[in-house]
Design a protein around this ligand. Structure first.
Ligand code: FES
Length: 255
């Protein structure tokens, strides 16, 4: 039987995909990430608490801005707490693949040789060593998502009455997408069941097994939820800002 000789890896994405505009996807990825990061940073530090009754931006959760805590605490807390969802995304397995390919071209794709051929140190040096804290960012972000669910429920009530506005649906969609992004995390799958050797011998093994299998089936869509939820966070904040500024008006029903 003839054995096909191994071909060397293409030295660049251009060589791997001759004649194709291979750079479009990485370029769009860079634009989208930079735009989101710039917008989120501006929104958090702009000095305006983004809320329009009964809505509140996902960057300014109810429990931080409209509960017992007021402005001085907010000014301190919002940027501090933004570290957790940001840390989750930066250390996310999907985002890592995405930004290494698009920002650093290292490598630009699976079958393409790496740009630099230095000594590979994995995640043992700063800043990549921070990726090892992904599971802690996950736990903190799960708590943040619970806060956002409280905000989404509040968005359906105004002056003690049932209320539905377009913004209520925007906030609900946003928190559903964030929940899907968070629950399809690889680390969550491990925390739920990956740490067990034998489900049948574990306490409540049947329950852990079902939960783990469900997360396992949902996991392949993690990259899609990463994108959708990133856009939804920014657009929800923008929608509420436009309402505050009187630029747009929405349909509202009070029942
Ligand atoms: Fe993406 Fe955990 S959030 S892998």
């Amino acid at each position: 039987m003839a054995v096909e000789a191994l071909k060397p890896r293409p030295a660049s994405a251009k060589e791997a995909s001759p004649g194709r505009a291979w750079w479009i996807e990485p370029a769009l990825t860079v634009i989208a990430y930079v735009a989101f990061f710039a917008y989120a940073t501006w929104s958090v530090f702009s000095g305006t608490i983004v809320g329009y009754r009964p809505y509140v931006s996902p960057f300014f959760s109810t429990w931080l801005g409209f509960g017992n805590f007021r402005l001085p605490v907010i000014a301190l807390l919002v940027p501090l707490l933004a570290v957790f969802p940001l840390g989750l995304r930066v250390s996310c397995y999907y985002y890592r693949k995405s930004y290494f390919r698009s920002f650093f071209w290292d490598p630009a794709a699976c079958a393409v040789a790496e740009l630099k051929r230095g000594r590979y140190r994995g995640e043992t040096r700063f800043p990549w060593v921070l990726n090892n804290y992904h599971r802690y960012f996950l736990v903190a972000s799960v708590i943040a998502v619970i806060f956002l669910w409280v905000d989404a429920v509040h968005a359906f009530s105004l002056n003690g009455r049932l209320f539905i506005g377009l913004g209520s649906l925007v906030m609900l969609t946003n928190v559903v997408l964030l929940t899907l992004y968070t629950t399809t995390c690889h680390s969550l799958r491990y925390l739920m069941g990956g740490r067990m050797d034998t489900f049948s011998r574990a306490r409540f093994g049947g329950v852990w097994y079902r939960v783990t299998m469900l997360l396992h089936r949902m996991n392949p869509q993690h990259g899609a939820w990463a994108w959708y939820s990133m856009f939804s966070v920014g657009l929800t904040d923008l929608y509420i800002r436009l309402l505050m500024a009187g630029v747009i008006h929405e349909p509202r029903w009070i029942l």
